[in-house]
Design a protein around this ligand. Structure first.
Ligand code: GLC
Length: 744
C-alpha cells in the first residue's frame, strides 16, 4: 500500500507513534501494513549495534565488528573511489547485521582544531567534504542500507552542544557550513538527514523551519526523512511544524500527549502529522529488508580496512629519505605502539574484531621495543625514559609513536589543548640527544601542534587508523606501500594563528563565527601566515612533476588538463589539486578555494594527463543582499599543485558565462565618479553630451584633488556646483546607452 493510503487508515495515536522512535534505536512497526521496525545504528566508521542496553554514547556493549579508519584519516586519501569502497564495505556489514539506516557520515566543517568531534569529521574545506561524503553515501546506499548525513547544521563545537547558538552570517553559512550538505543532498538521495543539537542564529536547528523546510525541502528538493539527533528535540510540536519528521529516541506516551495537546490547541494540524508520517512510512518501505542477511568474512574486511588506511596515511616530512626503512634497521619506542589509538570515544566507538598493534605487526622487522611513557599518564616515568634512551643510543633508527591519549578527545566535549602530553615531548627531547634518526608516527583524532618538528627526520600522520593500525603503519614504514595521503586540514604553527582563536568556546551560549569564510587555509593562505603543514600537503617516496597546462573556457565550464610525471624511484600516487582565485567579484574573497582534485597512480617515469572540469556554477558566491548565488564575469586565477601552498602550474582566465545575460548594471545617483570613469566606454555619448568628459579631464589635472572627486557619488557633485538636473539627465542618457550596448 502507498504511504498515503496507509495514513488514511491510521488513528491520530498511530500517526504520532510512526513519527516517534521506538525502543531507542527503532522506528515503530505497523505489522498490519507490512511495515517492520527500521533499525538505526551508529557509524560512521563501524557498526555500533548494541546487543545489550541502549545508549547514544557508546557506553553499553555493542557487537563485535570491524573498526574502520576514522573519517579524518580516510578523507586524507582524497580518493573518491576509496570513499565509495569504504561506504560499500560499511553498508554490507550493516546489511549483514540487519541495520537499516547507518548514522553517518558526519560532515560538519573543522572550524577549530579544538573541536571535540574533529576526529569524526572530514575537513576544513566544504568542497572536499561534499565530494568525498557523497561517495561514502553512495557506497553505503548501494547496499540497500540508508545513511544519515549529520549533523545538520553548524555543529562545530561540543561544549554546551545542546544549547549553544552557532551565530553565522548568511554568506558564510551558505558557502562553508551548508555547502557539504547541499552537495550531498542535491547529488544523491540520502535516506535521512540528522539535525544537530545546537541553535543556528538563536533558533534550535530541530525547530528551524527556514533550514528544514525552506532550504532542505523546498530549495534543495530533499525528499528523504529528517530525523533528530538523539534527545535533540525540546519542543516536538515546534519541531514537527518546522519539518522535522522523526524524533529519536521516542518519548512514547509523553510525545503522544504532547502532540495531542498541540493538535487541540491548534499549534499543529493533522496535515503536518500526515506529511511526516508519510515520509517515515516511505522510508520504512524503501529500507526494510526481507532478505536473509549473509555473514561477512571478517578477516577479509580487516585486510580491506588496512588497505584503506594505507591509501590515506600522510607522510608529512621525510628528510634525507629516512623512510622507507629496511627490516632490522630500527627499534620502536612508545606505549602507543603496543596500546594503539585507532578510534575515539562516543557514539562512533565500536567493539573491534581484531586490533593489531604496531609492536605485533613489526615484531619480525624491529630490533627491540621500549615503552618510553605510559599513554594515560601525564608525568614522565624515569625508568621508562632511561630504558628508551639506552635503546636509542645503540640503534640506527628510532620509530617513535606519539599521540593523544583517548581522554584528550571525544564526542561531547571539546579539546583543551593541541599539544602532546609533556611526558611524550620530554621523551622525544631525551632521545634526540642520543639519536638524530627519529621517525615520529602520530595517532590522533585532531590536529597536533609540533614545536618539536625539528627533532624528527620523518613524521607520519595516521590519525585514528582503525583496527589494522599496526599492519598499515608497517606497510608504510617498510615501503610496501608508498604513502599518498594529503592533509584535509591545515596544521598551524601556533594556536593563536587559528582564525577562530578569538571566538571559539569563549561563551557557553554564543559561538560567534567572526572569521566568516576564512576557515582553515582560506585564512592562512589569504593572510600569508606560515603553517606547520598546509592543507593538501602530503609527501611520497616518489616525486612528481607537472607540465603542459591547457585550459579551455567553454560556455558553461572550464576544461583543464595538464601532465603529471612520476620522477621518483618508486611507483606511487599523488593528488593534483586545482584551486581558483576570484579576481573579479566586488566582495571579500579567499585567495584560493579548492574546486577540483584527482588522485593519480603512476609507475616510475610514467606520465599521465589529468583532465578536470570546473562548472562556472562552482565559481559562484552567495550574495546575501539578493539572496542569490552570483557569478561575476571576469578574471579568475587557477592554481594547480601538490598542496594549497605548493603550486606547480598557474594561469589566469577571463570567463564570460554565456549562460547568463551579460546585463551590465545601470548607473544611478549613488554611482561613484570613479565607476563612471572605469566604464566610460559604455556611456561615451552621454559623457560628451553633458560635458562630463571635460569635467573629468579637468579633475584629472589636479593630482591632489582628483582622488577626492573620483570618490564621490554623482548626486554629490553639486558640491562642485554641478546642476542636479544635469546630473540626472546624464544618468538617464548614460543608462540608455548601456542598455543599447547590452542588447547588441
Ligand atoms: C549522538 C550523536 C550522533 C549519534 C546519535 C546516536 O549523541 O550526536 O552523531 O548518531 O547520538 O548515537
Amino acid at each position: 500500500m502507498k504511504p498515503k493510503e496507509i495514513i488514511s487508515n491510521l488513528s491520530i495515536d498511530d500517526k504520532i507513534k510512526i513519527i516517534t522512535g521506538h525502543h531507542f534505536w527503532y522506528t515503530h512497526p505497523l505489522k498490519e501494513y507490512d511495515l517492520e521496525s527500521l533499525l538505526l545504528t551508529d557509524g560512521p566508521s563501524g557498526i555500533r549495534k548494541q546487543s545489550e542496553g541502549a545508549d547514544a554514547l557508546g557506553l553499553n556493549k555493542s557487537i563485535e565488528t570491524i573498526a574502520f579508519p576514522g573519517l579524518a584519516l580516510v578523507t586524507s586519501s582524497f580518493n573518491k573511489k576509496l570513499l565509495n569502497r569504504y561506504g560499500t564495505l560499511l553498508g554490507s556489514i550493516a546489511k549483514s547485521e540487519r541495520v537499516n539506516i547507518l548514522l553517518g557520515p558526519g560532515v560538519n566543517i573543522k572550524r577549530h582544531p579544538l573541536g571535540g568531534r574533529n576526529f569524526e569529521y572530514m575537513s576544513e574545506d566544504p568542497f572536499l567534504t561534499g565530494i568525498l561524503a557523497f561517495e561514502y553515501v553512495k557506497g553505503v546506499e548501494s547496499q540497500g542500507v540508508g545513511t544519515s548525513v549529520k549533523h545538520f547544521v553548524a555543529n562545530n563545537r561540543e561544549n554546551q552542544r545542546f544549547s549553544n547558538s552557532s551565530n553565522i552570517d548568511m554568506r558564510t553559512l551558505r558557502e562553508i557550513y551548508l555547502k557539504p550538505f547541499e552537495m550531498i543532498v542535491k547529488r544523491s538521495m540520502p535516506a535521512t538527514v540528522m539535525t544537530s543539537y545546537n541553535l543556528l542564529n538563536h533558533v534550535y536547528v530541530s525547530e528551524n523551519r527556514w533550514l528544514l523546510t525552506d532550504i532542505l525541502r523546498n530549495e534543495w528538493n530533499y525528499q528523504g526523512l529528517i530525523l533528530s539527533d538523539w534527545a535533540a528535540i525540546k519542543d516536538r510540536a515546534k519541531a514537527l511544524k518546522a519539518g522535522l519528521d522523526l524524533e529519536m529516541p521516542g518519548k512514547d506516551s509523553y510525545t503522544i500527549n504532547e502532540l495531542k495537546v498541540a493538535l487541540h490547541n491548534g499549534d499543529i494540524n493533522e496535515e503536518m502529522l500526515n506529511k511526516s508520517a508519510e515520509r517515515v512510512i516511505d522510508t520504512i518501505q524503501r529500507y526494510q529488508s526481507e532478505q536473509e542477511p549473509e555473514l561477512y568474512d571478517k578477516d577479509a574486511f580487516h585486510e580491506a580496512v588496512k588497505d584503506i588506511a594505507n591509501d590515506s596515511t600522510i607522510l608529512l616530512k621525510n628528510n634525507h629519505q629516512t623512510l622507507p626503512l629496511a627490516s632490522k634497521t630500527f627499534s620502536v619506542i612508545g606505549d602507543l605502539a603496543e596500546h594503539p589509538r585507532f578510534q575515539a570515544g562516543g557514539s562512533s566507538k565500536v567493539n573491534p574484531y581484531h586490533v593489531v598493534s604496531a609492536v605485533e605487526a613489526l615484531e619480525n622487522d624491529m630490533n627491540a621495543f621500549a615503552r618510553g611513557y605510559e599513554i594515560n599518564e601525564e608525568d614522565s616515568n624515569n625508568e621508562l625514559v632511561e630504558e628508551a634512551v639506552e635503546l636509542a643510543k645503540k640503534e640506527k633508527n628510532i620509530v617513535l609513536f606519539l599521540g593523544y591519549p583517548e581522554h584528550y578527545e571525544g564526542e561531547g566535549y571539546d579539546k583543551t589543548t593541541l599539544n602532546l602530553p609533556d611526558n611524550q615531548v620530554q621523551l622525544l627531547n631525551e632521545l634526540y640527544k642520543v639519536n638524530k634518526n627519529i621517525v615520529v608516527v602520530l595517532q590522533n583524532g585532531a590536529v597536533i601542534l609540533m614545536p618539536w618538528e625539528d627533532k624528527a627526520q620523518s613524521i607520519v600522520e595516521t590519525y585514528l587508523p582503525g583496527e589494522a593500525v599496526g599492519e598499515s603503519i608497517r606497510d608504510i614504514l617498510l615501503g610496501t606501500v608508498n604513502p599518498s595521503g594529503k592533509l584535509a586540514e591545515s596544521i598551524p604553527k601556533r594556536i593563536e594563528d587559528i582564525p577562530s582563536y578569538y571566538s571559539f568556546n569563549k561563551s557557553k551560549s554564543e559561538e560567534n563565527y567572526l572569521e566568516g569564510l576564512f576557515v582553515g587555509y582560506r585564512h592562512y593562505d589569504t593572510k600569508r601566515i606560515d603553517v606547520q603543514f598546509p592543507f593538501g600537503h602530503g609527501l611520497s617516496y616518489s616525486n612528481f612533476e607537472y607540465s603542459n597546462l591547457n585550459i579551455d573556457v567553454n560556455t558553461t565550464h572550464l576544461d583543464i588538463q595538464f601532465d603529471v610525471t612520476n620522477t621518483g624511484q618508486y611507483d606511487g600516487a599523488t593528488v593534483p589539486q586545482i584551486y581558483v582565485g576570484n579576481q573579479t567579484s566586488d566582495i571579500e574573497m579567499p585567495t584560493k578555494e579548492l574546486k577540483a582534485f584527482e588522485k593519480v597512480y603512476l609507475e616510475r617515469n610514467q606520465t599521465t594527463t589529468v583532465k578536470v572540469t570546473i562548472p562556472f556554477d562552482d565559481l559562484r558566491w552567495f550574495n546575501a543582499q539578493t539572496n542569490l548565488w552570483q557569478f561575476d564575469h571576469g578574471l579568475y586565477e587557477l592554481f594547480i599543485g601538490e598542496s594549497v601552498s605548493d603550486i606547480r602550474l598557474n594561469s589566469t582566465v577571463n570567463i564570460i558565462n554565456e549562460q547568463l545575460d551579460i546585463q551590465q548594471p545601470l548607473i544611478n545617483e549613488d554611482t561613484y565618479l570613479y565607476e563612471v570613469i572605469e566604464r566610460k566606454d559604455e556611456m561615451s555619448h552621454a559623457l560628451e553630451k553633458y560635458e562630463f568628459d571635460k569635467m573629468i579631464s579637468n579633475i584629472n589635472e589636479d593630482k591632489s584633488l582628483a582622488p577626492l572627486f573620483k570618490n564621490m557619488p554623482l548626486r554629490s557633485l553639486i558640491m562642485v556646483n554641478l546642476d542636479i538636473n544635469k546630473i540626472y539627465c546624464f544618468i538617464e542618457e548614460a543608462n540608455k546607452e548601456i542598455t543599447q550596448t547590452t542588447d547588441k
